[in-house]
Structure formats: structure tokens, C-alpha cells
Design a protein around this ligand. Sequence first.
Ligand code: ZN
Length: 152
Amino acid sequence: MALDELYREVILDHYRNPRRKGVLEGDHIHAEGQNPSCGDEFSLDLQVEGDVVVDVAIQGIGCSISQASGSMMAEALIGKSLPEVTEMTDKFKAMMGIGEGDNPVNPERPGSILGDLEALQGVRKFPVRVKCADLPWTTLEGALESAAATAS
Ligand code: ZN
């Protein structure tokens, strides 16, 4: 199977069967985001204990790219420390060609912190869709900023 096809399968699988769909009970951080250019919506519930993400729930409507990105992100967040979450966010944005660095994933060296999320790297060729892939991550950043503001 060609890599492109494999990536397409991974994206469609997450779109059709989103992981960690739902809402959290009890104490948690909540954030919502929209991508008006495509009509995507995403909401995120995050439970952090100490500095580790212990539970995540997502809800969203929109295109396959935005929803698959959210599902993969939700799965990847579990068990990560907040510094690791920041590292993952930076690497994802770099892979997409946005934010600080422009650093496409090297296909010769798979197995980075991004895991399945590398399936989205082809999206960087379509600037309009990059916003779709980025929506869950922008929502995540908003969630963590509001958490930091509440904690201090
Ligand atoms: Zn979209």
C-alpha cells in the first residue's frame, strides 16, 4: 500500500470512529474552537492532574481533516506531561508549516512523538485545509492558556 493511501485510511478511520468522543464529568478544562472558512467546530474537555493529562474527551462537527486531527490529538494527549503536550503541539504545527518552525516530518525517521498524526502531513500541501487540521490544536492551546490563567 502506498504511503498516501495508508495515510488516507488512517484519517478516514479516525473520522468515522472518533476516539474519546464525549464529555468529561467532574473537574476539567473546557475549550471550544471554530474554523469558519470550512464550518468545522471542535470542543475539548481536558483533565490534568499535577502536570499530566489523565483524561480527554472531544466533540466536533466538520470535515474529515478537522475531526480526524481532533481524534488523533485526543488519543495522543493521554498520559502526556504538559511540557510534552507543548512539544507535540510545536511539532505538529511545524509539520503543517505553521507557527515557529517549518519542519516537515522526515519520512526516513518515523516514530516521533506525533505517531498517527503524521498521517496529516500531506495536508500541508493544501493551505486551506491546514486550518482544518490545526483547529483542535488551537483549541488545545486555548484550553491550556485558560488553565494557566486560572491556576495563577
Ligand atoms: Zn475543515
